[in-house]
Design a protein around this ligand. Structure first.
Ligand code: HCA
Ligand code: CU
Length: 443
């Protein structure tokens, strides 16, 4: 199969995502938070399917000799990839391998389309990891890569000096000079998250100048919270391949989030780099990933419902007038098609009036809405754990103010211009708060 779809017949796009959710992502401590520890085979197949449908062409997996289960899962993942070839074209499955014959052989045996080879080049990884000097590192890498290239010319080969951002430029060049002729890409992983946008731009420029014919790949860890900005800077400086994971999960605080990167490129109008990605699938793919981690989409994730959720009374009133008041970005084009307004201690009478009138269908005037709001604000701080603010509000309106619902015929119930619904009726797989109401705005 791989020979028919050789990488050498593929024309890479301006930006190629190499998704490593199934490799780097599985190193995330988040899997341990809920006693999960690893992705099941079904999880891996669903993640693979979602990534391919989204438009990702390169998926990184562990070397199959990491564990018998990983070896078995290679075949399950390949089956999903093969099923989607007629619909989406070919997706390359890359094995993350040490510069070690055992890893390389296992990957080739499993039918990998390419090898993402790495070896530590920084003082730290040479002294404390593999113990080899720089010349020895370069010699080993070259011998192995030359051999692989000769015997498996169809494989797409990448070489990375692990911890590249703590490796002196001259040291990196000494190793890369040895292997550059045999590889398709050179990687520059920021293994411990020390890079800054400035050092990234410098590195990318230096590597491009020295190796103008070979594509560059980045992998940025988030220890300083720079994984996103560093990836953006790398792309701007001319890096064509970026490694990402869904929700940015990975070792320690993880790496660049796939949808966060594409979302930012869109905002910056870098449309040529977005060719072939199904951007509207961004929020659904984030929800799928969060679901596998038994979490909500994290609040710091740019493509999230959180970024369309409004809690303060002033914001809620502004949102009722126009969603532009507190939403600046085209999140609807990334699949977040609703806004959420949280009923709670900060809600003003405007939203409470709107909720009781438009959603609950009560006959209510503004003066009554103000009186109910005052009562609600007194009582909300003593609400029983797990009870919903919406429930409390309805209780006050019905039991204490004697409000009655207008009888709206079934077929007109959803016909209001801006349709707020109770969070429990949400269709998407992420339910944040029982107190949330959804403001459907742009679709
Ligand atoms: C690891 C390290 C790595 C490798 C990245 C790469 C890193 O977990 O094995 O091979 O490009 O951050 O350096 O993820
Ligand atoms: Cu990493």
């Amino acid at each position: 199969m791989a020979a028919d779809f050789s990488f050498h017949h593929y024309r890479p796009r301006a930006l190629e995502i190499i998704d490593t959710t199934l490799r780097e992502g599985q190193q995330s401590s988040l899997l341990h938070d809920h006693y999960k520890y690893f992705f099941s085979t079904t999880d891996k197949q669903e993640i693979t399917r979602s990534l391919i449908l989204y438009g990702v062409k390169f998926i990184e997996l562990f070397a199959p000799n990491v564990s018998p289960q990983e070896a078995e899962d290679w075949q399950a993942i390949k089956a999903v990839r093969d099923e989607l070839i007629t619909q989406k074209g070919y997706t390359f499955l890359l094995a993350h391998v040490r510069c070690h014959p055992a890893d390389v052989e296992a990957a080739i045996r499993a039918g990998a389309d390419g090898l993402n080879m790495y070896i530590g080049t920084s003082d730290a990884s040479r002294n404390f990891n593999h113990g080899h000097g720089l010349e020895e590192v370069a010699r080993r890498a070259r011998t192995l890569i030359e051999d692989v290239r000769r015997h498996h010319p169809h494989l797409v080969l990448r070489f990375s000096g692990e911890d590249a951002f703590r490796t002196r430029e001259a040291d990196l060049f000494r190793v890369y000079d040895q292997v550059v002729e045999c590889v398709d890409r050179l990687g520059t992983p920021d293994t411990v998250g020390v890079a800054t946008p400035t050092t990234v731009a410098q590195r990318v420029q230096a590597l491009r100048a020295r190796y103008p014919k070979v594509a560059l790949e980045g992998h940025f860890h988030d220890d300083r919270g720079f994984a996103l900005i560093n990836a953006l800077e790398a792309v701007r400086a001319g890096m064509q391949y970026i490694q990402t994971t869904l929700l940015g999960i990975g070792e320690r605080s993880g790496i660049t989030s796939m949808t966060a990167l594409l979302f930012n490129l869109f905002i910056d109008r870098e449309y040529d780099r977005l060719e072939g990605y199904h951007l509207r699938g961004s929020y659904p793919i984030n929800v799928m990933m969060a679901d596998k981690l038994r979490k909500l989409v994290p609040s710091k994730e740019p493509v999230s419902l959180t970024n369309r959720t409004h809690a303060a009374g002033v914001h809620q009133k502004g949102m009722l007038n126009s969603s532009q008041t507190y939403e600046a970005h085209p999140l609807d084009q990334f699949g977040v098609t609703e806004s959420e307004i949280l009923l709670g201690p900060l809600s003003g009478w405007n939203i409470i009036h709107y909720f009781l009138k438009e959603i609950c269908g009560f006959e209510i005037d503004e003066a009554t809405a103000k009186a109910i709001s005052a009562e609600f604000k007194n009582r909300i701080y003593n609400i029983a754990p797990g009870a919903s603010p919406a429930g409390l509000l309805i209780h006050i309106a019905q039991e204490e103010f004697g409000l009655r619902s207008l009888q709206v015929p079934e077929q007109f119930r959803n016909a209001v211009a801006q349709n707020l619904t109770d969070a429990s009726t949400k269709e998407i797989g992420e339910v944040r708060h029982a107190s949330g109401v959804i403001l459907r705005t742009r679709q």
